[in-house]
Design a protein. Sequence first.
Lengths: 155, 640
Amino acid sequence: MSDDALDLAPIESILDAFKQEKGAVIPILQQVQEIYGYLPKEALAAISKKAGIPITRLYGVATFYAQFRLTRRGRHLVKVCDGTACHVRGATKIVAGLEEALNVSPGGSDPDYKYSLEIVYCLGSCGLAPIAVVDDKVYGKTDADSLVEQIKQLP
Amino acid sequence: MTVLDNPEQLNDLRLSVLEHLNNRRANQAVVLIGMGTCGIAAGASEVAEAMRKELAQRNLNVKVIGVGCIGMCVKEPLVDIQLPGRPRVTYANVKTDMVPHLVEEHLVNGQIVKKLALAQMVEDGIQPEQELDTYQNLPFYRKQLRIAMRNCGMINPEDILEYIAADGYQGLAKALTSMEPDDVIEEMKDSGLRGRGGAGFLTGVKWEFCRRARGTPKYVICNADEGDPGAFMDRSILEGDPHAVIEGMTIAGYAIGARDGYIYCRAEYPLAIQRLEKAICQAHEYGLLGENILGTGFSFDLHLKEGAGAFVCGEETALIASIEGKRGEPRPRPPFPAVSGLWGKPSNVNNVKSYSLTPQIILNGADWFSKIGTEKSTGTAVFALTGKIKNTGLIEVPMGITLREIIYDVGGGMPRNKRFKAVQTGGPLGGCLPESALDTPVDFDSLTQAGATMGSGGMIVVDQDTCMVEFARYFLTFASAESCGKCVPCRIGGQRLLEVLTRIAEGKGRPEDLNEIEYISTQMQQASLCALGQLTPGPVMASLRFFREEYEAHIRDHFCQAGVCKGMFQYEIDEVKCPGCGLCLKACTSNAIIGEKKQPHVINQVNCIQCGACYEVCNLGAIHISPRVVPLVEVEEAVD
């Protein structure tokens, strides 16, 4: 999807839903990101205009929290946990293996926008360390090779 | 929908649900599957699906219930089977292909599958099974005492009725009908409950500050922004017993005089959020939240706020800023939130565990609670026990238990007979303790005195294969990346510390670096705005205090004894211990191992890339780590 074809209509209904709520910037951005996969500049501009929030403030909030992305994301999101338990059980090797096999660096996407790789800190499943989450599926006690194999099978 | 108009109706409902559950217990077989995040990640959904299919195929009238996490993460997925009138038996590490066999033997033939069964739960009036361990007898459970987690894994968290049957909302009913708000505060003070978020401030005193503060409305806030890597206590409680947190917050609301409460939960916990939403909705339906709760005239509402991924939002003033929709930056205290919090109004912020303990304290009394634990740290502590330990899991133990008991008795010690090296408490803002401190009792003051902190409950055990320099560097990487950047000591101090540690871990450390670490750390501790900056140097300071020789070996000898820091060690084979089994030779991917079958093998250091594959596979301990003959950094210097 190219940015000039961005459909801004959903933003209106999101803003309507939060009209009564005080301090709802974060949930608004969360829902907008849910729709576009990231926060496109046009979307931030639209929120700013319609809700009367200065775009600098939106940008400030969006860049403060790790959850928000300002760039386009690949079709599949691979999150590798580097929380303490995963770290001591080999998360670093998993990241290195994925970087090589998928041609993607942490925080970025591959040139075809098929995969995005993110390092996260603790998903709270330390008992299964090391873990990775691909889209919404959790892979526990995993390693680079088996993870790459699973990921490569994705459409 | 039954709106409960008075406490008697609540009690009637409790009795009728109990009767229903007892009837079911006597007449219908039940299968309970652990469906916390960790259980689901281990495959519990697939197992539940296979179970439902198998039961349908055989036309069996069996109830399948998803429960929360019972804490034995390492044994997930867990499936419990309960036949009418017989004990609840737990099967561990259940795979989908085991389901038909379990159904056939246990549910149809009434025979316990002994070789897969882990333990049984002892219940009043039910004859225990022969030759099967009881939960109370399992080393993992023997020393535990569950109050905050009493319902986790026991009840269906998505059904308020099961919570009500387990004395749920009785604490609230007692507070609303027979206690004045000041009585509730006195009770909490007498119980000695200290804030389970980590700081250990007396909960009752905090409530009192907020009650006495001028200004309305007042707010109750639950800090469920559990950001410490390696900690999942709050998640498990929210997923396994959400109503306990709701009830605790409502009691707090009554005590301080609040009408509204906020739960700030990190977005990384979708299941916890979903269960909370459902629980709040159910509590409304029964009149346990909302207007005129239990007909007492007291009204209270709860709102759920999702975090957006910022560790610093675990700090209370940052958390409040985040609820207000701002950047989650802390501000100086005082004024404390009790005086000026959310929207500038008096607000009480407590951790999930503090709230989930509250209903039990009110119901059973301060005396009951204060008799558990130690004099100055009453009650129980919840820990997420992880790292290099056999029984990874979630535990709740009385305060005062020693670290040794937790690690060796509850945790089962190190896997693969490795040597214990250190235990980290308090997460990335805590500290580590060495073997010599293992007899330290676990309570707020003793841990602080020993050089670590209680923290909110992460407990990570590391063995001989963990390099303490790299371990400290890891925590620093995390904490400095999470610095919000508002104050200079934290923003720049963290980066400088990280540079020094990185230098040491790369073999480029300088003799003056240890002084440098101490200097920067002291500055950060004294001058940072909030706890994040003040505590960021904690792990480095603790590891430098207890493992100084490891830092010195890195700097002086370019040697990493744990075999972690690249280019600072080499693997060697002990020819006396090596029987020439060939396992290491097979594992080696760089043709660095040579040797004839049944003859001691040798590593060719020129080819070796220090991947550690041989070290991992050798079961005989014949491969050890020694200093490199020529450290890599010197090789690089020579090339330059």
